[in-house]
Design a protein around this ligand. Structure first.
Ligand code: AMP
Length: 114
């Protein structure tokens, strides 16, 4: 598995604005926010893309959603709504090859997404 900038963020070698952390999951503010609340929720385990998720990761991946719901509550937007996005590979515009969930909220979202 190749090293990404998110591995450095996990190891605190480069700074980030951490919104949530436990043994398996880290959530930090996106450096180029596309919404008032734009946080990346990542597993600390090195999983490059959605294609690389295995059955053994089911619980871990489930925790990403649990953290998303926690963040929505923390920001007070759980009832109003928010969007979760996983970009996978080139057509989706994935640029960092470490699994991440974009948590976006605080504004009205358009659909379909671009
Ligand atoms: P994606 O295009 O889905 O791979 O998303 C990667 C996201 O990582 C983009 O929204 C970037 O703005 C974000 N990003 C890249 N470098 C950093 C960083 N050092 N700290 C926080 N977010 C970052």
């Amino acid at each position: 598995m190749s090293e990404t900038i998110f591995d450095k963020i996990i190891r605190k070698e480069i700074p980030s604005q951490i919104e949530y952390e436990d043994e398996e999951i880290l959530a930090f503010k996106d450096i180029e926010p596309k919404a008032p609340f734009h946080v990346l929720i990542i597993p600390k385990k090195d999983i490059p893309t959605v294609n690389d998720i295995t059955e053994a990761d089911a619980e871990l991946v489930g925790k990403i959603f649990i953290v998303a719901a926690k963040l929505a509550k923390k920001y007070g937007i759980d009832e109003k709504g928010y969007r979760l996005v996983f970009n996978c590979n080139e057509d989706a515009g994935q640029t960092v090859f470490h699994l991440h969930c974009h948590f976006m909220g605080g504004r009205k979202m358009l659909w379909p997404a671009g």
